[in-house]
Design a protein around this ligand. Structure first.
Ligand SMILES: C[S@@+](CC[C@H](N)C(=O)[O-])C[C@H]1O[C@@H](n2cnc3c(N)ncnc32)[C@H](O)[C@@H]1O
Length: 441
C-alpha cells in the first residue's frame, strides 16, 4: 500500500479499498507491504512487513531496541522532518476544530542535539531468564525490554540504571514479581539536576525492609560517587502506579536542587518536574514573550504544577496567582518561591475551574491568564470564566493540539489568535507542545 501521511501517534496512514489503515513505522511517500492485524468499522491496523519504496527522510534509528521498546515512535524519521510534521499536526488540528486554515503557526522550535535530553527515568525491574532486567514494557505486552543504553536519556541515567541492575544481581536482592506479588525492588528512578549536577536515585520497593541494604548503599557510593541522594519509596500495593505514599532516606540529601534560569527548585523523589530542561527554558521564555508583562499586571498561572511558569513570570509582574489541584505541588511551588526570593507570587490548592470561576464571579479581573492544562484541555467552565473576566492576554500552553484547537475555538468568541508556536519538548516521539497567544478583540 502507499503511505500518504502520519497520524497523531507517528504511525503511517494509507488506504486499502478506501479503508484507513494505520501502519507503525511507515512514512509518507513510501510503498510498503503490510499485514492487516485488526479491522474496526472505521479503520484497520497493519504490521509493517517490508518497505518496497523508501522515503528519503527515513534514517536508521540509532537505538538498539527501537523496534521492541515503543518509547519513541519517530526515530526512523530525520529530525528536521519530525519538526515539520509536528507543525503540520498542529495545523491539521486547528483546521479540524475551527473550520479555518489561516492560523499563524510558526516553525517548530527544535533542539540542536535532540538526544540525551531527559532528566529522569522510571524503569521497572524484573527477573527474565535468571537475569535482572531494568527496562520498559514492550507495547501491548508484559515483556520488559532492556533500555539501559537509551539515547534520549542523560548518559548518567543510563550508567545508574546499569549499575543498580548489576548490583541487584550481584547481591541477590529479591526482585519484585508482579504476578505473584513477591520480592522487593520494583522500580529504579534516577533524576539528574542538569544545571546543578545533583543526582538522586530512588529505589521503589514493595517491602519496608530492603534486603542487604547496607552493602547496596556502600557499593552504590563506591561505583557512583557523584550521587547526591539515595532514597527508598515503599509501594506495597498491587498497582501500576510507580510510587507509594512513604519515602525514606537511605543516604545523602533528601531532595536535590535544580535551576531553570533564575528560578530554583528543590525536588523530592515524587515531585513533578519538566523532563526536558533545555526545551523548558525555551518554552517559558516564549510564554514570557507572549505575556508581554510591564510590571503592572495581575497574572494567573492556571494548572501551575510546582509553580514554574508563575515563578518565571513573577519578576516582571505586579502579582501572580498560581492554582493547582495537587496539594504537594502547591507546597513545592510555595517553597520554590521562597528559595528563589520571589514575594509577589501566591499559590492555592483547588480545581482551577472552581477557584477561578468563584473569583471572577466576585469581580476578579486578571490582566493575563496563562493556562497549562493536562492533555484533556481546559474545563469549559474555566473557558467561560475567561470570556467573562476578559484578560487582555491569554497564553495557552498545551501538550495536545486537538484539545488546544477545540478550546481556542470557544475563546474565538472574544479573542483573536495572534501566534501559535509549536515547541519540541520530546524529540523522537510524536508529542508536540504549543504556546498560543490570544488577545482580546
Ligand atoms: C501539564 S501540567 C502543568 C504543570 C506546570 N504548568 C509546569 O509547567 O510544570 C498540568 C497540571 O494541571 C494540574 N491539574 C489537573 N487538573 C486540574 C484542575 N482541574 N485544576 C487545577 N489543576 C489541575 C495537574 O496537577 C498538573 O500539575
Amino acid at each position: 500500500m502507499d503511505v500518504n501521511r502520519l497520524g497523531i501517534n507517528g504511525e503511517g496512514i494509507g488506504y486499502v479499498e478506501r479503508q484507513v489503515v494505520f501502519v507503525d513505522g511507515a512514512l509518507p511517500g513510501e510503498k510498503v507491504a503490510a499485514r492487516i492485524t485488526q479491522v474496526e468499522p472505521n479503520f484497520a491496523r497493519a504490521k509493517l512487513l517490508r518497505i518496497i519504496k523508501k522515503a528519503k527522510q527515513r534514517i536508521n534509528p540509532p537505538c538498539p531496541v527501537y523496534e521492541q521498546c515503543g518509547g519513541c515512535t519517530l526515530q526512523h524519521l530525520e529530525y528536521q522532518s519530525q519538526l515539520e510534521w509536528k507543525r503540520e499536526l498542529v495545523r491539521e488540528s486547528f483546521a479540524r476544530y475551527t473550520g479555518q486554515s489561516h492560523w499563524p503557526i510558526q516553525p517548530t522550535v527544535g533542539m540542536n542535539h535532540p538526544w540525551e535530553y531527559r532528566n529522569k527515568a522510571q524503569l521497572p525491574v524484573a527477573v527474565v531468564g535468571g537475569e535482572v532486567v531494568a527496562g520498559l514494557y514492550s507495547p501491548g505486552t508484559h515483556k520488559l525490554v532492556d533500555v539501559s543504553a537509551c539515547p534520549i536519556q542523560h548518559p548518567t541515567t543510563n550508567e545508574i540504571v546499569r549499575t543498580v541492575r548489576d548490583l541487584l544481581q550481584e547481591l541477590g536482592i529479591p526482585i519484585y514479581n508482579e504476578k505473584k506479588h513477591t520480592g522487593s525492588v520494583r522500580t529504579i528512578v534516577p533524576r539528574i539536576g542538569f544545571e546543578t549536577g545533583e543526582v538522586q536515585l530512588t529505589l521503589v520497593t514493595r517491602t519496608e525492609e530492603l534486603p542487604r541494604k547496607k552493602e547496596l548503599i556502600q557499593r552504590l557510593r563506591e561505583r557512583l560517587p557523584y550521587l547526591t541522594s539515595i532514597m527508598q519509596n515503599i509501594n506495597p500495593a498491587r498497582t501500576s502506579l510507580v510510587f507509594g505514599e512513604k519515602t525514606v532516606p537511605l543516604w545523602g540529601k533528601e531532595k536535590i536542587e535544580e535551576r531553570l534560569g533564575e528560578v530554583r527548585f528543590t525536588l523530592s523523589s515524587r515531585a513533578f518536574f519538566q523532563l526536558n530542561p533545555e526545551q523548558t527554558t525555551k518554552l517559558y521564555n516564549l510564554v514570557a514573550e507572549a505575556a508581554a508583562l510591564t510590571g503592572e499586571e495581575t497574572v494567573v498561572d492556571a494548572y501551575c504544577g510546582v509553580g514554574t511558569i508563575g515563578l518565571w513570570l513573577a519578576p516582571k509582574a505586579k502579582e501572580v496567582l498560581g492554582i493547582d489541584v495537587i496539594p504537594e505541588a502547591i507546597a513545592d511551588a510555595r517553597e520554590n518561591a521562597v528559595r528563589s526570593g520571589i514575594r509577589n507570587a501566591r499559590f492555592e490548592v483547588g480545581k482551577v475551574e472552581r477557584l477561578l470561576v468563584e473569583r471572577v464571579k466576585k469581580g476578579f479581573r486578571p490582566d493575563v491568564v496563562v493556562v497549562d492544562p493536562p492533555r484533556t484541555g481546559c474545563d469549559e467552565e474555566l473557558l467561560r470564566a475567561m470570556l467573562t473576566a476578559k484578560p487582555k492576554r491569554i497564553v495557552y500552553v498545551s501538550c495536545n493540539p486537538s484539545t488546544l484547537a477545540k478550546d481556542c475555538n470557544i475563546l474565538l468568541e472574544k479573542y483573536e489568535i495572534q501566534n501559535i508556536q509549536p515547541v519540541d519538548m520530546f524529540p523522537q516521539t510524536a508529542h508536540v507542545e504549543c504556546v498560543t497567544l490570544l488577545t482580546l478583540k
